[in-house]
Design a protein around this ligand. Structure first.
Ligand SMILES: *[C@@H]1O[C@H](CO)[C@@H](O)[C@H](O)[C@H]1NC(C)=O
Ligand SMILES: *[C@@H]1O[C@H](CO)[C@@H](O)[C@H](O)[C@H]1NC(C)=O
Ligand SMILES: *[C@@H]1O[C@H](CO)[C@@H](O)[C@H](O)[C@H]1NC(C)=O
Ligand SMILES: *[C@@H]1O[C@H](CO)[C@@H](O)[C@H](O)[C@H]1NC(C)=O
Ligand SMILES: *[C@@H]1O[C@H](CO)[C@@H](O)[C@H](O)[C@H]1NC(C)=O
Length: 431
């Protein structure tokens, strides 16, 4: 079943790099979000969960097991210009992982060649390309590096929560903004999120996570240790122009900006954790035991904010309460088997004005995140609206605020002050 075009358009946004053209160095890096429909596909059964698998050397920790799967490609793309002479590459922008990697020209995998082959990185055509060797300090920042000897190249294996795995060689090259970037030259890819339809058109992943190897950490040294983005509201037509901004002097602070602390989980240093205090539906605070939101002694649980995951996941007990409260309040014909993915779907045929319940998440610091209903009720077919939430089914999993839920808000990840700022009004005011 295909998703309506408006949603597909939203889900297929491209981030285009506006490389600095002035001779003096800018104090921030600005990437523009634009609409495109070149990445549309009609396969809505694929769900991409692209956050990085937590360290395997801690066997008691497991990432969420995602039941079912599926609402279509929900990724945001950034364009990176790399190499000498420069090569332009489209990458999935992912705050849930650290490693930036590119499908490399040396690949023998046939699926590299039949689509978007031009987008892959041709390392032999770049004079400034370097493979890092095993003794390099950056090699030791990888969760899984394999070194055959001190002088061999730094080989890595990087895995994602859905079981997708990529492997290759850690390398450096020069970006169009005159910075040396450390990234993975990937030779092997496997698994749904990085070979499936959601990945179509992408040459790799831009890791915006909190770890030392991430794109934002590397660029933070030059531009400042913060970044912001806005995922535009697809219901607004024409769509607003928006940006991913790395660094800069000023934050996004405006009159309406709210703030919540970014928490650290020593077992999962990649992720941006925030704390949910409670959930409010139509001004009713749901009776959810606060302990369901916590991070336990083993690093399980908690809530992350992730641009690389489309849907929002809540711990099972919270999810059940939310579905129950929504079901009690929505007075529309409920569909039983409308979707294999979502529990709560309605027939909205002939309904001229939808009045869906408000959902508010109250974060630590008593900052209220109040997304519009379009961020959590989506059209899955003609006249069918579903509550686009899922339960975390593994007891070791964590909750995820996905990119659909983030639409229409400007988010700033301020790593220096360990806080997440967000504003509903900031999207229309790019710097
Ligand atoms: C949808 O996908 C199917 C299977 O991949 C394909 O046969 C069909 O032509 C596609 N339809 C459209 C409208 O693109
Ligand atoms: C690029 O960086 C190098 C070293 O940091 C510097 O010497 C050079 O002037 C820079 N070039 C431009 C065009 O900014
Ligand atoms: C790619 O994966 C295959 C199978 O897992 C493995 O045999 C091969 O060595 C890998 N190649 C590289 C370059 O890592
Ligand atoms: C959709 O994509 C999934 C994952 O790639 C695949 O298994 C399934 O067959 C596809 N369905 C259609 C209708 O193309
Ligand atoms: C929704 O309701 C309309 C009118 O009652 C009906 O024609 C249509 O088949 C229903 N759609 C679904 C998906 O059940």
């Amino acid at each position: 079943m295909s998703l309506p075009t408006s949603l597909l358009l939203l889900l297929s946004l491209l981030l285009i790099l506006l490389s600095p053209t002035t001779s003096h160095s800018p104090n921030y890096l600005k990437l523009q979000l634009i609409h495109t429909n070149t990445l549309l596909h009609n396969n809505s059964t694929h769900f991409s969960l692209l956050h990085h698998h937590r360290h395997r050397n801690r066997p008691r920790i497991h990432t969420p097991i995602v039941s079912g799967a599926a609402t279509g490609s929900g990724q945001y793309f950034a364009s990176l210009t790399l190499g000498t002479p420069p090569q332009r590459l489209l990458l999935v922008a992912d705050t849930g992982s650290d490693l930036t990697w590119l499908r490399s020209s040396s690949s023998r995998q046939p699926h590299y060649h039949h689509r978007n082959h031009r987008a892959a990185f041709l390392l032999r055509r770049s004079r400034s390309f370097r493979a890092l060797h095993c003794l390099h300090t950056k090699c030791h920042l990888l969760p899984h590096q394999q070194c055959r000897g001190p002088h061999s190249s730094c080989q890595y294996t990087y895995s994602y929560a859905d079981g997708s795995v990529t492997s290759g060689i850690l390398s450096t090259d020069v970006t169009s903004f005159n910075t040396t970037l450390t990234f993975g030259c990937a030779f092997n890819l496997s698994g749904p999120s990085i070979t499936g339809p959601a990945f179509e058109g992408a040459a790799g992943v831009m890791g915006l996570g909190k770890g030392p190897l991430s794109f934002t950490e590397q660029l933070g040294k030059r531009f400042g240790n913060r970044f912001s983005y806005c995922l535009p509201d697809y219901t607004i037509s024409p769509p607003k122009i928006s940006y991913l901004v790395i660094g800069g002097r000023h934050g996004v602070v405006s009159r309406n900006t709210r703030s919540t602390p970014l928490l650290t989980n020593i077992f999962a240093t990649t992720f941006y954790y925030i704390e949910i205090l409670y959930v409010i539906i139509e001004n009713v605070k749901l009776p959810i035991n606060p302990s369901v939101w916590g991070i336990d002694d083993l690093g399980n649980g908690g809530t992350i904010i992730d641009s690389g995951t489309t849907l929002t996941f809540f711990p099972e007990p919270a999810y059940r309460q939310i579905v129950k409260e929504m079901a009690d309040r929505v007075k529309l014909p409920r569909l039983s088997k409308a979707s294999q993915v979502f529990d709560l779907c309605y027939n909205v045929s002939g309904v001229s004005k939808l009045n869906l319940p408000s959902l508010k998440l109250v974060f630590a610091g008593d900052s209220v995140f109040d997304p519009p209903p379009g961020n959590y009720f989506i059209d899955t077919a003609k006249d069918v609206k579903c509550l686009a939430l899922q339960a975390v089914t593994s007891p070791a999993g964590n909750a995820v605020i996905g990119n659909l839920m983030q639409q229409g808000f400007l988010f700033e990840f301020d790593n220096d002050r360990s806080r997440l700022l967000f504003s509903r009004s900031g999207c229309g005011n790019p710097r």
